[in-house]
Design a protein around this ligand. Sequence first.
Ligand SMILES: [Zn+2]
Length: 387
Amino acid sequence: MCCAFLWKNKTSSASGARVSWASICKPKKEGGLGLRRLEEFEQVFALKRVWNLFSGAGSLWVAWLQSNVFTRRCYWSISDSQRLSPTVRSMIRIKGMVAEFLCCSIGDGRASSFWFDYWTDMGPLIEGFGPHGPRELLISFEDKVVAATENGEWALPPARSQQAETLQIVLSTMNPPRSSRGEDRFLWRNGEGRFVPKFSTKATWQAIRETAPTVQWYSMVWFKEEIPRCSFITWMAVLSRLPTKDRLASWGLAIPLQCVLCSAGQESHDHLFFQCSFVRDIWAHYCGSSIHVPPLSLQAVAGIVSSHQVVSSPGLPSVLKLLQQCIIYCVWRERNMRIFQQSSTSEAGVFARVDRLMRDRLISIPPSSPSSPSPLLVYFRLPPPVP
Ligand SMILES: [Zn+2]
């Protein structure tokens, strides 16, 4: 339903889309819908395949790759070629990214590449030494770390460059490879930037995806007690992406701007959901000790929800956030009914719909603790008791 609404039932073209795909794919905290971009996931899976190749996950596929593809050339030095399968090519194309995640803890030095693997604090050595490195150190592109030792000690030719000197200093602080230390172990960068012997799909995705700042309003839209269809319309309303008349007019459509609910103001997001006398009458039913006057903006509702009085009342913040969503949802629905189906309900009728939605949702939610009132009771207490 959401995709059909956002993308006008067309997945082939983004023309006329209400919210861009990139925005939708942001996490909810960053203002999106929390969907995940396929391109980013394809990269994560390609990274995981490379991880399996290095960590020797013991699968037949890894054994097959090692004996059929990476026979004469290792992963790092093999070039992209049309004779390779699309899967292998997808792994080769992301070498640059792999270098940021993969490092090696040296054991016997027989598995890790001297030039390409991240096995010293200097990162992949080929980056510092460049293509002439193998000639300078007399270690070939294909050689493993063990090639830099002789009789169990580090053995490199005398340093002829600053890089080579630095490498010798770094190596003097590291134990040379020994068979007694077991095999080399490959490690993957996790969420905290530490290297661990395990691949995390989530942490890898977090590291490669495009990030955006956290939006202040996300907890007003997304919370445990939400009603998904109401959250969705509220999310669209917060982003000012619903096709209100002022927006349609800004796209060049010649339409009357008058609000169909009050017939007085011009229809915009702010008017429809907060300033319209119709919606203010609905809010007025709930005015009492928590809500003093109908709020004039989402920020005003957020201000009420975060006020000391509300925060210190168990269950009340969620009830107010839910109320906000239900009002936005029912008002938008009523507006559409009037425009597209020529049927209208009075303000009392829309209030009754909001009330029904609230009761139906809250009745299934237990109190947060045995001593707290049930959310439904919190809702009933919103308006002042009738004398
Ligand atoms: Zn109005």
